[in-house]
Design a protein around this ligand. Sequence first.
Ligand code: SAM
Length: 207
Amino acid sequence: MSIEKAYNIWANQYDTNENRTRDLDKKCTIETLSNFDFKHVLELGCGTGKNTEWLLNKADRIIGLDFSQEMLNKAQEKISDKRVQFKKADLTKNWEVENNFADLITSSLTLEHIEHLDHIFSQANRKLKKNGLFFISELHSFKQYAGSKARYETENGTEELEVYVHNISDYIINAKNNGFQLIELKEWFDNNAENEIPRLISFVFKK
Ligand SMILES: C[S@@+](CC[C@H](N)C(=O)[O-])C[C@H]1O[C@@H](n2cnc3c(N)ncnc32)[C@H](O)[C@@H]1O
């Protein structure tokens, strides 16, 4: 099943099913981005708007991109704020957003579905203002090596989505090749158990 179709089906239960990755991402996003100021945000793979709601505490304008219409419908049901625009878009194509629009780009739990990170960093560079920030929160590659991937339960069993493994160095090399500098890297553990495999990794890059 295509990734887009799988999310169209997942949308109905994405916000409510048990999902430690989703919940830890929310904590990671809030804890990390509380330390930065931003006004114009471009959210990649905004999904049901889980993080959009919190970003609105600080932002004047948010554009959320996602290729799943059903995920976007959920986001639109929850958030009807003039400052937010949700747009259906495939991130593997050119992003139809004004260049230099954002002072913050965020991407949570989305890049595991994108094969070529170079394209993402290249587009992010165009859409970010000088000194703008690119925040990424992803399933940690150590978890990916151990077989974890985006999945959900259906009446017919587990639906596993198509994913790509990105090593930590893949993020850093692709970022550097596209004019970004790493300013923060953190690993996030279930129940703060730092002797276990971290669930998430987060980066803050600066253009
Ligand atoms: C795990 S969800 C994360 C949603 C949200 N960021 C969150 O943290 O709850 C991943 C999202 O990425 C979107 N996505 C995956 N590949 C995409 C692509 N190529 N273009 C646009 N959206 C994509 C999916 O539709 C889905 O909404």
